[in-house]
Design a protein around this ligand. Structure first.
Ligand SMILES: Nc1ncnc2c1ncn2[C@@H]1O[C@H](COP(=O)(O)OP(=O)(O)O)[C@@H](O)[C@H]1O
Ligand SMILES: [Mg+2]
Length: 237
């Protein structure tokens, strides 16, 4: 069953059209990636889906047209973990996490806080620390943790690996595996990445975005064997 279906989506900044006739789908429990170079349109696509930017076209979520406005969209369970994290820098780790849960009943939160802290023990150790004083990797963990605190059914992860050392990327990767393998709650994930290897590691299916257009789609194993993808995105000439 399809959780998210995007059809004929276009978006522009002024006269510059940056998304052209995008069609994509995420099925229940699926991990789907949108890969593409810097400037391909990944963040714009995520912002249109999340209601942070206007676009033209259809976005259907769980069988219904998505509301147009961001604050209504988050109530449906579609949650974006934004590129560059956008934490509340002068608030501590715990308060940042709790802000992710501001729409939820307080009695449901302890269990989820434990879940986030078990995914990212470094956040628990630093729960009283101001977000701005965390390392880049810890900030990324916090951004993911904050998104999880809203109990998403679809999580949009916009370039979580950007600027991170391999060892931190690995910690994020392991957390993503655990998030997907929880048996108590099903989550679908839409990832945007220019780190193609990271996307390959997790994805069921992939869309390749180039200058605002989907130029290729397929399963992760199809992408891994695709000559064009290997040459252009993995430097295997
Ligand atoms: N706020 C903006 N105003 C004007 N142009 C923008 C804005 N944000 C992004 N763009 C342009 O839109 C295109 C897609 O950018 P973006 O969606 O950020 O791509 P990606 O996330 O794949 O790097 C780029 O050409 C970028 O320069
Ligand atoms: Mg981006």
């Amino acid at each position: 069953m399809s959780v998210l279906r995007v059809q004929g989506l276009n978006a522009s900044y002024g006269k510059a059209q940056v998304l052209r006739d995008i069609n994509l789908q995420v099925n229940e429990g699926e991990f789907v990636s949108v890969i593409g170079a810097n400037g391909a349109g990944k963040t714009t696509l995520f912002h249109v889906i999340s209601g942070l930017k206007a676009g033209q076209g259809d976005v259907v979520f769980q069988g219904r047209p998505l509301p147009k406005r961001a604050h209504e969209i988050v109530k449906t369970g579609l949650i974006q973990c934004p590129e560059h994290r956008h934490l509340f820098p002068y608030m501590n780790v715990m308060d940042n996490l709790m802000l992710g849960a501001y729409l939820r009943d307080e009695e449901d939160l302890d269990e989820d806080l434990d879940m986030v802290y078990s995914l990212f023990p470094r956040l628990q150790e630093r729960s009283e620390q101001m977000a701005r004083t965390l390392s880049g990797g810890e900030q990324q963990m916090l951004a993911i943790g904050r998104a999880l605190m809203s109990n998403p059914s679809l999580l949009l992860l916009d370039e979580p690996t950007i600027g991170l050392a391999p060892i931190v990327r690995k910690a994020i990767s392991e957390a993503i595996y655990k998030i997907r393998n929880r048996t108590d709650r099903k989550i679908s994930i839409l990832l945007s990445e220019q780190n193609v290897i990271f996307a390959f590691e997790h994805s069921d299916r992939i869309y390749l975005l180039e200058t605002g257009e989907v130029v290729k789609e397929g399963t992760a194993s199809e992408f891994k064997q695709d000559e064009y993808v290997r040459n252009a995105y993995l430097g295997e000439a």
